[in-house]
Structures are given as structure tokens and as C-alpha cells.
Design a protein around this ligand. Sequence first.
Ligand code: MN
Length: 744
Amino acid sequence: MSELPPLSSSDEYARIIKQSYRRLLRSLPKPMSEEDCRAIRNALDLAAEAHRGQTRKTGEPYILHPIAVAQICVEEIGLGPTAVVCALLHDVVEDTAVTLDVIRERFGERVAMIVDGLTKLDKSMLNPSFRQAENLARVMRAMLVDVRVVLIKMADRLHNMRTIKGMSHDAQIRIAAETEAIYTPLAHRLGLYNIKTEFQDTFLKIVRPDEYREIADKLAQTKRSREQYIRDFIRPIDEALQKNTKGLKYRILGRPKSIYSIWSKMRKKEVAFEDIYDLFAIRIILDVPFEEEGLSCWLVYAIVTSIYQNIPSRQKDWITTPKANGYESLHTSVIGPGGKYVEVQIRTERMNEIAERGYAAHWKYKGLKLLHRNENVFDRWFNKIREVLENSEAANANQIMADFEDMMPEEEVYVLTPKGEIRFLKEGATALDFAFDIHSDIGCSCRAIRVNGSIVPFSYVLKNGDQVSVETDKSCRPSADWLRFVKTSKAKNRIRAFLKKERFKTAAEGLEILERKMRRLFDCSAEEHADALAKWYGFEERLEFLVAIALDQVNLARLKEFRLEDGLLKPAEPSPKIDSTYALDERPIERSNKPSDVIINNEPGNYYAYTLATCCNPIPSDDIFAYITSKEGVKIHRVTCANAPYLFANYSYRILPAHWGNTAKSNFVATIAITGIDDGPGIIQRISDHISGKGINIRSFSISSEDGYFQGRVALIVANEHQLQQVIKDLKQLKFIASVWRVE
Ligand code: MN
């Protein structure tokens, strides 16, 4: 592609942009049409002009953010020129004076629509009164308008996560929690494996920094020996492949497991790092024509398992039946030297691209005849989402959330209907789940379920490839027992809803019985006295009381102990049993001894009736936050508390910043990047004099300059974030400095 003309202005700002922009252009697939080139260029110019003078929290010029997001769209998600234009413009409407009309006029309807989707998504995310379920529903709706809205948002979030260090601690936790709740499952479902892994690792690093560090350190310590092990493991495979396959093109990669996956394994199995037996994994990627994919993969599988003992229970064939997100691969684990388990993944370059880039790559190969196996996986999923959203007006937020959770499981199982149609359910789903998955009416009137021809219990756990058929009977009804037989939220919710409806029906019968009794005894209606009577009989709720009447579990003869005075029922005798809820209220509220050295929202803690949360027992020097509970005043939690991500994601509006009052934090090292004009010798001296003049120590300093322009990095030892921001601000005052920002 020909060199583009320089930016309209040749100022310092333009210089900073140029480098990142060149990198972006290099990453775009060639050749590009004249029209696309022009659109991208125009988008950059518009964004650069609009964001001029704005900086990010890290201190770097704002425009570098949209450029970086565009870069991620191209390199890591595999999107094309339109997405690049939209990514460059994604924050323009939200943060600058440029309107959507301007964008529509210059870039057309489609770009305007995507940018509008992104702007709306940003707004709703910033509104803390929206709960997670509503936010998720918004993201889903945006995705149905154009998938690129969500893919670009994903790139935006990824860049924000990569530069999250510039944010306040609270903001970091909130963003990490929201990412974990919404974007990580979406990335998984859209097949963006690498992005999902990065989201998870960053989440861990922010929310559980100590555990993250521990695993990262141990991985670093064992790196060399692990790499040696993998080399020794691969060698015989490599030799056998060369000997037994004629010119098969392949590459073998040793694959480190992500820190998050190790962490979650340690938690799930409650084992130490040293006891995780499957730290090792390799991937064999074949470069073969589409028609030879299946045969070649199985040939390689046969060669690998003739060298190392296979563990059949770990074998997974995602080639014959790809996962619901389009993932194709052949997996197994074998026993390597020294008895260690090694996971082996076998796939082709095409499958690998789909595995890593998901949706966009899938789109690229859409034309290929993938038997019946892989077609329309996303279309089918989008239709399901559409269905949930259409029903969502009737349902409550928790219901929507539950439906979405079913649609984005970590692992799934596939089964066949009697007609041979494939249905995906989440792993662990039962036969009864299947009935509800087909239709809630079929679930509710389910009489018997057959798997591969034989009747199975409702609680039968489905296995891949099972053929399932459901026999219904109109007289069959769900019972409370059924809740124990199902795993999916859809089935659980439908059963609960049914039971609730039944209960209301029964309660209505109870009310009728009570009504007749009251008319006869007092000539008054039951309606207005039902609450008082429920309490007198010792029921917590009116509904339970009425249901009990219908089931003949209440001694209504005792109504005779009442008399009606001035329209009020008065018992002649005290209540038949002690009402436990009343007894509780009389108990004096226990006050815990609280230390008074917590600062909440920059005010002394004793302004609030706070207590320390018992789920995490914070101690001075822990990072903490304050949470306003609905009934028990303010609670202080550790930032690493297991409940923290949930609270931040759902109730961020109830969270106040908090810290310990009189515990001084120790110093830490922060690195800043500086760019500016090299106007002669002694720049290092001038910068370091300026910094040390403020009483701050420099740990290291590096600088490089070219054509009168310099870039440098300075590692500082500072006491706190405030002091660091002060240094950055001070440096920016210097005339020869163009920009200063914090880096990791
Ligand atoms: Mn952004």
C-alpha cells in the first residue's frame, strides 16, 4: 500500500499518533480498496481532532486508545476495515463534541449504527443502577444488531484491562468483576479463546493478586525444567511423524496452561500447585487441505497413542461433533515420561484459527461444506438469544440471567432428538433437563424418558451422543422433587414457576374455606383478617397459612376463641404457640467491638455504624471497601473477599471506598514513560534533577532519541498513587516534555 499523506498538522501530537497508526496499517490485510483506505484515514483524522488534548488516566494521549482498540480488532479478532473505522470512532460520540449525524454523513449508515451501539453500551455500563442482568441483556441486544458491536467492545475492554493500572483500585475491581461476569463468558461463547484467557488472568491479578503472584512465580521457577520435559516428550512424536507420514506438514507447540486455569483447578480440587498433575500440554497443528482434515488428525492420534499410553476417559472428539461455539479439535491425555499426564491436542491450521479467533474466523470459512456439523452454530445461538430477549419482558431479571447462563456454559454435552437433531446442553444436564430444553410444556407433562431406547430415571446424566425421547402425559405434573433432578436454570425456573402457580391455586381454595367459616362465625370477610389470623396461628406468611387450610392442616375450630369488636378480631386466649419471628425482634442487637480506624468515603469510620464482615475478616493493611447492606448497616470487606466480585457487579452503587486510617503503606516502584523534544544535551540530567528535587528516588532510567525526539522510561520509588500523579503532573509542566504516562 502506498504511503499515506502526513496528518494535517505536523505538531508533536501528530508525531505521537504516527507510530501507532503505522503499526495499525501494517497489520491490516492487503490489498485494501482505495475506499477502505480513505475511510480509515478519515476516521483517524476525525478521532485525532476530536480527542486532541484529552488524556487517559495513565496520562497518555487519549487517541492512542482507539488506535490500540482498532489494532486488537485486526490482529486478535480478525475483523476487517469497517470494524477498524468503527473502533477508531468508538469513543468519539461519547466523549467529544462530534455527533452521530456527522459520523453517518461521512461514513455511512452501517458505521453510524455500530458506533451508536457502542456508545449506548458504554452509557449503560457506566450507570451503576443497572444490574448485571440488564447489562447483559443490553450487550446481547447490541450483538443481534451487529455482532461487530460486541466484538469491538471486547477489544475495547481488552485494551482497558491491559492499561487498568492507571485506574483507582475500586474502579479496577469493578471493571474486573464486570468483565468476569459478562465479557469472559461471551468471549468463550464467541470462541475468542486467547481473549477469554487474558480476561481471566487479568481478573485474577486484580482481585486476588497474592494468589496470582504465587502461581506466576512458581511457573517461572519451574519454567526451564518444564520446557526440557516437553522437548523430551515431543522428540519421539516428531521422529515418528516424519517417518510414518509422507511429507505431512505440521508444527508442534508446547502449551503453558493459563494462570487462571491452574488457579481454578487448585481451588476445585483443593490441591497445592505441586500436586497438579496436568500442567503439561502440547498442540499438534497440521497444515492439510480441508478434505484430508479428519483422516490426518486421526492418523496423528494413532501415532501419538502408539508411543505413549492413552487415557481413554480423557479423549474428546470435537472434530466429528464440534462444540457449540464452533470449536473443533481432537483431545486426549497420555502418560508421558515419569508418569506425568500430558494433554495432547490435534487440529488443523483452520481449526486452530477458529479456536483462537472464534466468530470472525468462523465467518471466513463459512463457505466450506462442513458436512452438517458446523453450519450456522452462531445463527442458531443468536436465534436462541432472540427468543430469550423476546420473552424477557414477561420475565424478571434473575430469570433472564439464568437463561443466559444456560446459553453460555463452560462445557457442554450434545445429545440427539429422535429425529437426529443435535441439541447442546450444559455439562451435567439430566434427562429431565432435556425435556424442558425442548419445551417447558413437554417438561411439565413429562411421564418417562428414554435414552437410546431404554427408560432412564429423570436424574440420568446425559452423555455425548445419547439419543433422547420424551413421553408425555397431560395428567403428569411437576413436583418439588423434580428440582433435585435438574441442572439447567431453565428447567429449575419452569418447575418453580409451576409449583408457585399451583400453590396460588391451592391458597385460593384455602381462602374460600376460610371465607365460608368467617361468614358463618362473624359475618365478615376473610380477606381483611387473613394476615392477623396467619400470625396468630404461627405462620410466617399468609400464603402458607391459606395453603395449610386447603390441605386441612389448620384447626379452624379454634376460630371460636375469637370475638369481633369494632371490626377487629380479638383473641380470647393468647396465641396457641410462640411466634418465633416476634421472639427474635425482642433480642438485643449484638454490637461487636469495632476498631475505629477505618476511613469510609474519606470520612472517619465512626460516622457510619460499620462492622467488619465475617466472611473475610479484614485486618489493618488489607485492601478494603465499604458495602452498605440493606439491613445491617455498613460492612467492611476485604477486596479479595469471595463475595466482592458479586457485590461490585450487582450493587456497585452501594459501595463506598474505604481504607485503614493509621497504617502507612510501604513504598512501591512505578514506571513512567516520557516523550518529548530532544533540544540538546543534558535531558536526562534535567529530568532526574526535576524528579529528585521533589524528594523522590529514581530506580532506573533509560532514554533513546532520534531526529530531535526522545522517548524514555523512568522507574520511581513512590509512597502512593497520589505522589506518582503529582510527579506526572509536574513533569508535564516542563516545556520540552510532550507526554508522560504510567506504564506497567
Ligand atoms: Mn474505549
